[in-house]
Ligand binder design. Structure first.
Ligand SMILES: Cc1ncc(COP(=O)(O)O)c(C=O)c1O
Length: 466
């Protein structure tokens, strides 16, 4: 059996109490419909007694298991036997200090860090979770895997299928809702791409039905194994900070897989006595897709030790339907109104004394331009973390000398249309791509200089502008 029998799955709703073995492929509890968690009998799995143990694993990264930035921390997500994990070398990402971006956010020097997940093989943080879900899918003999996607999940799934030849990818996307960078990846990697006349929420609903009916393995983040891989983002942050816990983790919120995984990582590290305090968590929505913000900050929805009042959520979704309000933001990766991991995220917010904020497309694009000018580069959704940190700084919630980690979830080249429209001199192009989203100006645009094909004129322009 490729899976460890000290791993098991349990319903998030403790009153339900459903548990099953690691070999089950379920995206919801069959008894009550809640989400499932992957848990471990830590007494049997024997995790290390100090995080310093992982320093040796870094030095052994030429070995097949430790060559992955996820399985380097295998002991903290030990659902599969080491020799069975599927890896393409994902998770070799770095935490980097940026005083340039820190100044924009309002931090003192040395206090702002960017966790640059765009450096994953498919260009986004998704590879962390995909490697884990893929390992699980392969362990239980799946031959086809599916997802609904705003682009990055599909790019990641398609890449694992193409690189390993272990499964075929079937991906569902909403029409006109995916950036070219991401769509081009899925097509190039050879995934069967199904474009649905609808948005991400529609595609998500359909892919769940289809996976059930056709017995296809579902890799969206309702799959609890995905979140096991995504915990490793926090392990790498801690590793880079020499195992010191930062004050804040700031992360964009879409389907809320990352925030949920981060909370679970810290819950487990605390339970194992590997850390003695936890960071605060800030989840940042786009203002055009702000379900979590609305529910948490305005309507008082809380995890409340597992007794969250979900009728608040049902009521809110009914309102959205009545108003015909669809998610709408330039940050297509987080253009989601019905986040599937909502309950797990509430748990994370409670454990990490979290806050939720929303930022406009204008704020995201300006923050994105600063991230780019600082030498990193990210897609619009990722910049929500930097824009959100800035807002929390302005509100005095983040202190200027606290240590803040913003997660850059996806690479700059994922959405060149938004970037070029921001920096363009062509007003028509700006209006078409960004003006229609309520973006009024490109505060930090770096405009190309148009010159005649004449040596003297070119030299004049360089002297004028440089
Ligand atoms: C670049 C990027 N940022 C953020 C998110 C949102 O992450 P989550 O669904 O974990 O909240 C996504 C999800 O697709 C993404 O692709």
């Amino acid at each position: 059996m490729p899976l460890n029998d000290f791993a098991y799955q349990r319903c998030l709703n403790h009153q339900c109490g459903y548990t099953c073995g690691p070999e089950e492929a379920r995206t919801a509890c069959p008894k009550c419909g809640d989400l499932l968690d992957v848990l471990y009998d830590w007494n049997r799995s024997k995790p290390p007694s100090s995080l310093k143990y992982f320093e040796e694993m870094w030095s052994r990264r030429n070995e097949p298991l430790r060559f992955s930035g996820i399985y380097r921390f295998h002991e903290l997500l030990p659902f599969a036997k080491p020799e069975t994990v599927v890896t393409v070398g994902e998770g070799q990402t770095l935490l980097q200090q940026s005083d340039f971006v820190g100044t924009y956010v309002g931090m003192k020097p040395g206090r702002l860090y960017l966790q640059y997940e765009g450096m994953n093989p498919s260009g986004s943080f998704k590879d962390n979770g995909m490697s884990a879900a893929f390992t699980h899918a392969h362990a239980i003999g799946a031959k086809r895997a599916a997802c609904a996607s705003t682009g990055n999940t599909s790019a990641s799934l398609a890449m694992y299928c193409a690189a390993t030849r272990l499964m075929k990818a079937v991906i569902f996307i909403g029409s006109g809702k995916i950036s070219y960078g991401k769509l081009s990846q899925a097509l190039d990697y050879g995934a069967l791409t199904v474009q649905i006349a609808g948005d991400f929420d529609d595609a998500m609903a359909r892919v769940q039905e289809i996976s059930r009916d056709l017995g296809i393995y579902l890799v969206n983040s309702v799959n609890p194994f995905r979140l096991e891989g995504q915990k490793s983002i926090m392990f790498r942050v801690l590793e880079a900070l020499r195992w010191e816990v930062p004050d804040w983790i700031v992360v964009p919120g879409g389907n809320l897989g990352n925030s949920s995984a981060f909370g679970k990582a810290f819950m487990e590290l605390k339970e194992l006595g590997l850390i003695d305090r936890v960071p605060r968590l800030a989840v940042i929505n786009a203002s055009g897709a702000d379900t979590l913000f609305e529910l948490f900050e305005h309507r008082g929805l809380r995890w409340n030790g597992g007794r969250a009042n979900m009728s608040i959520v049902d009521h809110y979704y009914q309102e959205l339907d009545q108003l015909g309000r669809k998610a709408s933001t330039i940050a297509s990766a987080i253009e989601i109104n019905r986040p599937v991991n909502l309950r797990k995220c509430l748990r994370a917010l409670e454990f990490c004394d979290g806050v939720v904020r929303q930022v406009t497309d204008q704020e995201m694009l300006d923050a994105k331009a600063k991230v780019g000018a600082g030498g990193f580069g990210c897609e619009p959704a990722s910049a929500a973390s930097v824009a959100g940190a800035r807002l929390l700084r302005d509100q005095g919630i983040i202190g200027s000398d606290e240590r803040v980690v913003c997660i850059l979830t996806g690479h700059q080249l994922k959405d060149p249309t938004a970037t070029v429209a921001y920096h363009t001199t062509d007003q028509e192009q700006f209006n078409k791509v960004l003006g229609s989203r309520g973006v009024k100006r490109a505060s930090f645009a770096n405009r190309a200089v148009a010159v005649p094909n004449d040596l003297g004129e070119i030299i004049k322009a360089i002297q004028l502008y440089s």
